[in-house]
Design a protein around this ligand. Structure first.
Ligand code: PEP
Ligand code: MG
Length: 572
């Protein structure tokens, strides 16, 4: 019988398919004993090795924003999987208790859960989800054939929660959409789903009780619509929505050659955030003005030795060559905090790493490492226009020290006979609130500004960007952020310096009118949403939006800002 279930949209797109229900894993495994200990140990180790290589493959496939957002989860899961206590505990249960590998997984999971449950810190307590996902993966690998049945082509997976890394695999198998009973639209799984263009519905609290395997479902990941056993009217609406989506896609595709120009002919610059050569190719094909953010730390992650000057030079040079004369903005190392494990560098444990030796602070503390990177970047400038961007700047002193180093490196390279650019524009990322407030004190020492809203929101609102439990507390729709964006943009432009936003906010078409109203003229975003943002910009009347900036800045809370955004949606 037809039933509407209440849920929230987390990743746009419509789907019609049969449900595949996956009940919470690893919790209902009955006690079982085995005779052949060695065979059972081998079975477990094979499963763990299979999961390790699956995760390695997924890591290698991630690129761009995905690598950043989802990579850290994969890294954490890989670490858990290598944890000697977890592994020895499992071996011990099989060897001494003669338990089956499945039951050993369950016992071990319950032991770890008990330790986590006793923790004071709510965030750490909530990380039991990661243990569940890792143990669930190993359990699935023990039963590979069953696991493969979970979500096949044409099906809609209904589950309690889904790991970010699983989504790419599910999509590759032809799963059309995912519905979760828990989760939030801000989770990393939601970010991953949006990047993959895989429809995702979250918070469908009744889904596991009300939906059975094989039920037909209609989902709309935009509005959060979830209907079990749709009737004729639902099917008609679904078909109309699909036609609408196809029309939108076609329209977007046509925009590849259109400039990002507002209604009355004002040109906005759209740069691409790119981490891989695939991103570069996509950015180039979609007509990006250049690369506005290249995150170099990804060359350093997941390895045991540091990339040397030549390895870095080759990566930067290929990036420059890939953009065929369009400017490339190379950000210096932003290691530290959540981008710190396995870097080839012995990084110190810090009590509060997000406030620690991160970004340019680390570079300045490790002069030889930084100089190697500067040399590689400067050498790449001989192959096309390069700008250099500094992450986590908090004040003038840091900029001046880097300026001095850059000057010396350029002089050395010239005297060594390298062909390098005359000048390399130096920019600061504005992501520490102090840098935004003190920008007038160092704007004269830099050539351009790029606002990293991902971190600026985190540090301004004291809300960890990786903590889904904070929900609405981590949001760019806060009056403090809008005011800071406005003054930062004004300060830079008053001194004739260009200013872009390169955080995820710039890649959300819904925010384009808001950013234009605040005076922004340059956006840097992942190629995945470049056409959508270009379309939104083309629908904007810049004069009208700027005239409404006052009302936007007077909004007193998130609701007020949302009302402004809703009233100023770009006409398309
Ligand atoms: C940001 O903080 O907005 C940013 C673009 O940098 P990252 O996401 O790499 O920290
Ligand atoms: Mg940042």
């Amino acid at each position: 019988m037809r039933k509407d279930l209440s849920a929230h949209g987390a990743s746009r797109g419509c789907a019609l398919g049969r449900a595949r229900v996956r009940l919470p894993h690893a919790l209902d495994i009955d006690e079982a004993r085995i005779d052949d200990v060695d065979a059972e140990l081998a079975r477990l180790h094979d499963a763990i090795a299979a999961v390790r290589s699956e995760m390695r493959e997924m890591r290698a496939r991630l690129h761009g924003a995905l690598a950043h957002e989802v990579g850290e989860f994969l890294d954490l899961h890989a670490l858990l999987l290598d944890d000697p206590e977890l592994l020895q505990g499992l071996d011990g249960l099989i060897r001494d208790g003669r338990y089956s590998a499945d039951y050993a997984l369950r016992l071990q999971r319950d032991r770890i859960a008990a330790v986590f449950a006793g923790m004071d810190d709510a965030y750490l307590r909530s990380r039991i989800e990661d243990i569940d996902q890792v143990i669930g993966r190993v359990h699935a690998a023990l039963h590979r054939r069953d696991a493969e049945l979970q979500g096949v082509a044409g099906e809609i997976l209904v589950t309690d929660n889904v790991a970010p890394a699983e989504l790419a695999q599910l999509q590759a198998r032809g799963v059309m959409a995912v519905v979760t009973s828990g989760g939030s639209a801000l989770s990393h799984s939601a970010i991953m789903a949006r990047s993959l263009h895989l429809p995702l519905i979250v918070g469908a609290a009744d889904a596991l009780q009300k939906i059975n395997d094989g039920d037909v479902l209609v989902v709309d990941g935009g509005s959060g619509l979830l209907v079990r056993e749709p009737d004729a009217a639902d099917l008609r609406t679904h078909r109309a929505r699909l036609r609408e989506q196809a029309r939108e896609r076609k329209q977007l595709h046509r925009l590849r050659r259109e400039p990002p120009r507002t209604q009355h002919g004002f040109d906005i610059k759209l740069w691409a955030n790119a981490e891989s050569l695939e991103d570069v190719a996509e950015a180039h094909a979609l007509g990006a003005a250049g690369v506005g953010l290249y995150r170099t730390e990804f060359l350093f992650l997941q390895r045991n030795e540091l990339p040397d000057e030549d390895e870095q030079f080759h990566a930067y040079r290929d990036l420059v060559l890939g953009m065929t004369g369009r400017t490339v903005t190379i950000r210096t190392l932003d290691l530290g905090a959540d981008k710190a494990d396995r870097t080839g560098l012995a990084l110190r444990d810090e009590p509060n790493p997000a406030l620690g030796l991160r970004g340019v602070r680390l570079s300045l503390a490790r002069e030889a490492l930084f100089e190697t990177q500067l040399r590689a970047i400067v050498r790449a400038s001989g192959y096309g226009p390069v700008r250099m961007l500094l992450p986590m700047i908090s004040g003038r002193e840091e900029v001046l020290v880097v300026r001095g180093m850059l000057k010396r490196v350029m002089r050395d390279l010239r005297s060594e006979g390298h062909e390098i650019a005359e000048t390399i524009p130096l920019g600061a990322m504005i992501e520490v609130p102090a840098a935004a407030i003190a920008l007038p004190t160092f704007i004269g020492a830099i050539d351009f500004v790029s606002i990293g809203t991902n971190d600026l929101v985190q540090y301004l609102l004291a809300a960890d960007r990786n903590n889904d439990a904070l929900g609405d507390l981590y949001t760019p729709l806060h009056p403090a952020l809008l005011r800071l964006l406005y003054t930062t943009i004004r300060t830079a432009r008053a001194r004739g310096k260009t200013v872009a936003v390169c955080g995820e906010m710039a890649g959300d078409a819904a925010f384009a009118p808001l950013l234009l109203a605040l005076g922004l003229e340059e956006f840097s975003l992942h190629p995945a949403t470049l056409l959508e943002v270009r379309q939104a910009i083309r629908g904007c009347d810049l004069g009208r939006l700027r005239a409404r900036a006052g009302a936007l800045l007077r909004a007193r809370d998130r609701k007020g800002i949302e009302a402004w955004v809703a009233a100023n949606v770009a006409a398309s």
